[in-house]
Write a protein that binds this ligand. Structure first.
Ligand code: ATP
Length: 235
Protein backbone atom coordinates (compact mmCIF):
# COMPACT_ATOMS: atom_id res chain seq x y z
CA UNK A 1 0.00 0.00 0.00
CA UNK A 2 2.75 2.43 0.98
CA UNK A 3 6.41 2.22 0.12
CA UNK A 4 9.28 4.52 1.09
CA UNK A 5 12.48 4.08 -0.88
CA UNK A 6 15.64 5.84 0.32
CA UNK A 7 13.68 8.81 1.60
CA UNK A 8 15.53 11.78 3.04
CA UNK A 9 14.08 14.91 4.63
CA UNK A 10 14.90 17.40 7.32
CA UNK A 11 14.95 20.95 8.57
CA UNK A 12 17.28 23.73 7.37
CA UNK A 13 20.63 22.21 6.57
CA UNK A 14 20.05 19.16 8.76
CA UNK A 15 18.79 15.80 7.50
CA UNK A 16 16.43 14.32 10.12
CA UNK A 17 15.77 11.09 8.22
CA UNK A 18 18.32 9.40 5.97
CA UNK A 19 17.78 6.67 3.37
CA UNK A 20 14.58 5.48 4.98
CA UNK A 21 13.05 2.51 3.19
CA UNK A 22 9.97 0.74 4.50
CA UNK A 23 6.84 -0.92 3.25
CA UNK A 24 3.30 -1.22 4.57
CA UNK A 25 0.98 -3.88 3.19
CA UNK A 26 -2.79 -3.25 3.12
CA UNK A 27 -4.51 -4.51 6.25
CA UNK A 28 -1.42 -4.49 8.47
CA UNK A 29 -0.56 -2.66 11.66
CA UNK A 30 3.05 -1.54 11.31
CA UNK A 31 4.86 0.18 14.13
CA UNK A 32 7.87 2.47 13.99
CA UNK A 33 9.67 2.56 17.32
CA UNK A 34 12.65 4.54 18.49
CA UNK A 35 13.94 6.97 21.08
CA UNK A 36 13.15 10.66 21.41
CA UNK A 37 14.44 12.58 18.41
CA UNK A 38 15.10 9.45 16.30
CA UNK A 39 13.08 10.85 13.37
CA UNK A 40 9.74 9.07 13.77
CA UNK A 41 7.53 12.16 13.59
CA UNK A 42 9.57 13.48 10.66
CA UNK A 43 8.92 10.21 8.82
CA UNK A 44 5.14 10.66 9.27
CA UNK A 45 5.28 14.34 8.32
CA UNK A 46 7.23 13.49 5.17
CA UNK A 47 4.66 10.85 4.15
CA UNK A 48 1.93 13.49 4.63
CA UNK A 49 3.81 16.08 2.58
CA UNK A 50 4.11 18.49 5.50
CA UNK A 51 7.90 18.16 5.66
CA UNK A 52 9.16 18.10 2.04
CA UNK A 53 10.81 14.92 0.80
CA UNK A 54 14.32 15.90 -0.36
CA UNK A 55 15.16 12.68 -2.15
CA UNK A 56 13.81 9.18 -2.61
CA UNK A 57 10.37 7.89 -3.55
CA UNK A 58 7.12 7.58 -1.62
CA UNK A 59 4.55 5.42 -3.37
CA UNK A 60 0.95 5.01 -2.19
CA UNK A 61 -1.15 2.45 -4.04
CA UNK A 62 1.25 2.53 -6.99
CA UNK A 63 1.23 6.32 -7.25
CA UNK A 64 4.22 8.54 -6.43
CA UNK A 65 3.19 11.07 -3.78
CA UNK A 66 6.49 12.63 -2.64
CA UNK A 67 5.79 15.85 -4.48
CA UNK A 68 2.08 16.11 -3.75
CA UNK A 69 0.54 18.76 -1.46
CA UNK A 70 -0.70 17.65 1.99
CA UNK A 71 -4.40 18.16 1.15
CA UNK A 72 -4.08 16.07 -2.00
CA UNK A 73 -2.43 13.31 0.05
CA UNK A 74 -5.36 13.39 2.53
CA UNK A 75 -7.65 13.16 -0.49
CA UNK A 76 -5.97 9.88 -1.50
CA UNK A 77 -6.92 8.37 1.87
CA UNK A 78 -3.90 8.98 4.12
CA UNK A 79 -4.88 10.59 7.39
CA UNK A 80 -2.69 11.49 10.33
CA UNK A 81 -3.47 11.83 14.03
CA UNK A 82 -0.62 14.11 15.13
CA UNK A 83 1.40 13.93 18.32
CA UNK A 84 -0.35 16.05 20.96
CA UNK A 85 -3.80 15.40 19.36
CA UNK A 86 -4.46 18.97 18.05
CA UNK A 87 -8.22 18.83 18.33
CA UNK A 88 -10.17 22.09 17.97
CA UNK A 89 -10.65 23.08 21.64
CA UNK A 90 -13.41 25.62 21.04
CA UNK A 91 -15.50 23.33 18.86
CA UNK A 92 -17.77 20.68 20.34
CA UNK A 93 -17.02 16.98 20.02
CA UNK A 94 -19.64 16.71 17.27
CA UNK A 95 -18.20 19.73 15.41
CA UNK A 96 -14.67 18.27 15.64
CA UNK A 97 -16.00 15.08 14.05
CA UNK A 98 -17.77 17.07 11.32
CA UNK A 99 -14.41 18.71 10.52
CA UNK A 100 -12.91 15.26 9.96
CA UNK A 101 -15.51 14.59 7.26
CA UNK A 102 -15.13 17.93 5.47
CA UNK A 103 -13.86 16.38 2.23
CA UNK A 104 -16.82 13.95 2.05
CA UNK A 105 -20.20 14.46 0.44
CA UNK A 106 -21.92 11.14 1.26
CA UNK A 107 -24.24 12.26 4.06
CA UNK A 108 -25.51 8.76 4.83
CA UNK A 109 -21.95 7.40 5.05
CA UNK A 110 -20.91 10.27 7.33
CA UNK A 111 -23.85 9.57 9.64
CA UNK A 112 -23.00 5.87 9.75
CA UNK A 113 -19.34 6.59 10.51
CA UNK A 114 -20.28 9.00 13.29
CA UNK A 115 -22.40 6.25 14.86
CA UNK A 116 -19.44 3.90 14.46
CA UNK A 117 -16.97 6.19 16.27
CA UNK A 118 -19.55 6.74 19.02
CA UNK A 119 -19.82 2.96 19.38
CA UNK A 120 -16.01 2.72 19.65
CA UNK A 121 -15.89 5.54 22.20
CA UNK A 122 -19.25 5.82 24.02
CA UNK A 123 -17.84 8.60 26.23
CA UNK A 124 -17.65 10.82 23.11
CA UNK A 125 -21.34 10.19 22.41
CA UNK A 126 -22.15 11.30 25.96
CA UNK A 127 -20.02 14.42 25.51
CA UNK A 128 -20.97 15.23 21.91
CA UNK A 129 -22.11 18.76 22.80
CA UNK A 130 -19.16 19.60 25.07
CA UNK A 131 -16.20 21.66 23.88
CA UNK A 132 -13.20 19.55 22.88
CA UNK A 133 -10.99 21.64 25.15
CA UNK A 134 -12.92 20.43 28.21
CA UNK A 135 -12.16 16.75 27.59
CA UNK A 136 -9.47 14.81 29.48
CA UNK A 137 -6.21 13.91 27.67
CA UNK A 138 -7.46 10.39 26.98
CA UNK A 139 -10.78 11.65 25.65
CA UNK A 140 -8.96 14.15 23.41
CA UNK A 141 -6.89 11.28 22.00
CA UNK A 142 -10.12 9.37 21.34
CA UNK A 143 -11.57 12.44 19.65
CA UNK A 144 -8.45 12.97 17.50
CA UNK A 145 -8.58 9.33 16.37
CA UNK A 146 -12.32 9.55 15.73
CA UNK A 147 -11.93 12.77 13.74
CA UNK A 148 -9.38 11.01 11.53
CA UNK A 149 -11.71 8.03 11.10
CA UNK A 150 -14.46 10.40 9.91
CA UNK A 151 -12.29 11.00 6.83
CA UNK A 152 -12.64 7.25 6.11
CA UNK A 153 -8.87 6.78 5.67
CA UNK A 154 -7.33 3.83 3.90
CA UNK A 155 -4.12 4.41 5.84
CA UNK A 156 -4.23 5.85 9.35
CA UNK A 157 -1.00 7.35 10.72
CA UNK A 158 -0.91 7.56 14.51
CA UNK A 159 1.84 9.59 16.19
CA UNK A 160 2.43 8.58 19.82
CA UNK A 161 -1.21 7.97 20.77
CA UNK A 162 -0.16 6.84 24.26
CA UNK A 163 1.79 9.99 25.11
CA UNK A 164 0.94 11.44 28.53
CA UNK A 165 -1.93 9.04 29.24
CA UNK A 166 -2.61 6.84 32.27
CA UNK A 167 -1.86 3.10 31.88
CA UNK A 168 -5.53 2.05 31.85
CA UNK A 169 -6.38 4.60 29.15
CA UNK A 170 -3.35 3.50 27.11
CA UNK A 171 -4.57 -0.10 27.29
CA UNK A 172 -8.00 0.96 26.05
CA UNK A 173 -6.55 3.07 23.20
CA UNK A 174 -4.33 0.20 21.99
CA UNK A 175 -7.25 -2.27 22.10
CA UNK A 176 -9.30 0.11 19.99
CA UNK A 177 -6.47 0.61 17.47
CA UNK A 178 -6.50 -3.16 16.99
CA UNK A 179 -10.31 -3.14 16.73
CA UNK A 180 -10.26 -0.37 14.08
CA UNK A 181 -7.74 -2.39 12.06
CA UNK A 182 -9.75 -5.60 12.30
CA UNK A 183 -13.28 -4.25 11.84
CA UNK A 184 -12.64 -1.76 9.03
CA UNK A 185 -9.57 -3.27 7.46
CA UNK A 186 -7.93 0.14 8.02
CA UNK A 187 -4.18 -0.11 7.57
CA UNK A 188 -2.35 1.48 10.48
CA UNK A 189 1.13 2.99 10.79
CA UNK A 190 1.77 3.47 14.48
CA UNK A 191 4.66 5.60 15.72
CA UNK A 192 5.40 4.91 19.37
CA UNK A 193 7.96 5.29 22.13
CA UNK A 194 5.91 2.73 24.05
CA UNK A 195 7.53 -0.13 22.14
CA UNK A 196 6.14 -2.90 24.29
CA UNK A 197 2.46 -2.05 23.80
CA UNK A 198 2.96 -1.15 20.14
CA UNK A 199 4.70 -4.43 19.29
CA UNK A 200 1.96 -6.38 21.06
CA UNK A 201 -0.69 -5.16 18.61
CA UNK A 202 1.48 -4.79 15.49
CA UNK A 203 2.11 -7.33 12.73
CA UNK A 204 5.58 -5.98 11.97
CA UNK A 205 7.86 -3.25 13.20
CA UNK A 206 10.75 -0.99 12.21
CA UNK A 207 13.32 0.44 14.59
CA UNK A 208 14.67 3.93 13.96
CA UNK A 209 17.89 5.39 15.39
CA UNK A 210 19.40 8.75 14.47
CA UNK A 211 17.19 9.11 11.42
CA UNK A 212 17.88 5.66 10.00
CA UNK A 213 16.04 2.35 10.03
CA UNK A 214 18.36 -0.02 11.88
CA UNK A 215 16.18 -3.10 12.25
CA UNK A 216 12.96 -4.55 10.83
CA UNK A 217 11.05 -7.70 11.56
CA UNK A 218 7.79 -9.22 12.59
CA UNK A 219 6.54 -8.00 15.94
CA UNK A 220 7.26 -11.20 17.85
CA UNK A 221 10.83 -11.36 16.51
CA UNK A 222 11.42 -7.80 17.70
CA UNK A 223 9.89 -8.55 21.12
CA UNK A 224 12.25 -11.53 21.44
CA UNK A 225 15.33 -9.59 20.27
CA UNK A 226 17.70 -9.01 23.19
CA UNK A 227 19.00 -5.68 21.89
CA UNK A 228 15.42 -4.40 21.57
CA UNK A 229 14.58 -5.73 25.02
CA UNK A 230 17.53 -3.84 26.52
CA UNK A 231 17.09 -0.60 24.56
CA UNK A 232 13.33 -0.24 24.36
CA UNK A 233 11.51 -2.73 26.57
CA UNK A 234 13.35 -2.19 29.85
CA UNK A 235 14.05 -5.93 30.24
P1 ATP B 1 9.85 12.48 19.45
O1 ATP B 1 9.42 11.18 19.98
O2 ATP B 1 10.56 13.34 20.45
O3 ATP B 1 8.79 13.23 18.68
P2 ATP B 1 10.92 11.62 16.94
O4 ATP B 1 11.56 10.29 16.82
O5 ATP B 1 9.53 11.76 16.45
O6 ATP B 1 11.02 12.13 18.43
P3 ATP B 1 11.53 13.89 15.28
O7 ATP B 1 10.57 14.75 16.01
O8 ATP B 1 11.20 13.42 13.93
O9 ATP B 1 11.88 12.62 16.18
O10 ATP B 1 12.92 14.64 15.26
C1 ATP B 1 14.05 14.20 14.49
C2 ATP B 1 15.13 15.26 14.53
O11 ATP B 1 14.68 16.43 13.84
C3 ATP B 1 15.50 15.70 15.94
O12 ATP B 1 16.88 15.94 15.97
C4 ATP B 1 14.74 16.99 16.11
O13 ATP B 1 15.39 17.86 17.01
C5 ATP B 1 14.72 17.55 14.70
N1 ATP B 1 13.51 18.37 14.45
C6 ATP B 1 12.23 17.95 14.59
N2 ATP B 1 11.37 18.93 14.24
C7 ATP B 1 12.14 20.01 13.89
C8 ATP B 1 11.85 21.33 13.42
N3 ATP B 1 10.60 21.76 13.25
N4 ATP B 1 12.90 22.14 13.16
C9 ATP B 1 14.18 21.72 13.30
N5 ATP B 1 14.52 20.48 13.73
C10 ATP B 1 13.52 19.63 14.02
Amino acid sequence: MLKLEKVQSGYGNKLAIKNVSLEIVAGEIITLIGANGAGKTTTLMTICGVVPCRSGLITFQDREIQEMAPDAIVGLGICQVPEGRHIFPQLTVKENLDMGAFLRKDKEGIKKDMEYVFSLFPILAERRNQDGGNLSGGEQQMLAMSRALMAKPKLLLLDEPSMGLAPLVIKQIFEIIKQINEENNTTIFLVEQNANQALHIADRGYVMENGEITLAGNAQELLDNQDIQKAYLGI
